[in-house]
Design a protein around this ligand. Sequence first.
Ligand code: AR6
Length: 168
Amino acid sequence: MRIDIVTGDITTRRVDAIVNAANSSLLGGGGVDGAIHLAAGPELLEACQELRRKDYRDGLPVGHAVATPAFRLPARWVIHTVGPNWHAGQRDPDLLRSAFFESLTLADSLGATSVAFPAISAGIYGWDPRVVARTAVDAVREADTQTVELVEFVLFSEDMADVFVAAA
Ligand code: AR6
């Protein structure tokens, strides 16, 4: 599996699946979550509301992942995951690892060949970007994927991209 590190806006990536750094409500938020909902259109929120009603009445737990269509995005699927929130005392690196690992495993089970990740938990949720980058790269390398051939880390700033390059 190839790992690419890219600077830019994840919503523009032409990959099979993009991963959303969501929150447990699945009902949108700021950061990359807000950007993905804006670009995918209101159908994405409807799909997330449906998931909440049917499967996640108490919300999506930290470290888990769930898929929806990507609607108006170039990607086919959005994989929603919830990273741990450092500011809320969620400081177990296994939860962060799980967010990356479970997202990639789910994309693989859908038959995706390419997946784009943002720096989950490195924004509003306040984790050290170096820990996020190290954890992300390790989690992806440990996954035994069948269909995924390309993982992109799509970072919003050159500084964040440099941190991921150092970890890769
Ligand atoms: N493309 C790529 N990366 C982006 C984009 C984009 N369009 N926009 C922001 N980033 P964050 P978190 C970067 O805060 O820390 C939301 O409100 C950003 O610069 O989006 O997991 C959710 O609903 C940072 O490097 O996610 C949750 O409540 C990285 O994406 C909460 O924020 C992650 O920052 C999740 O916080």
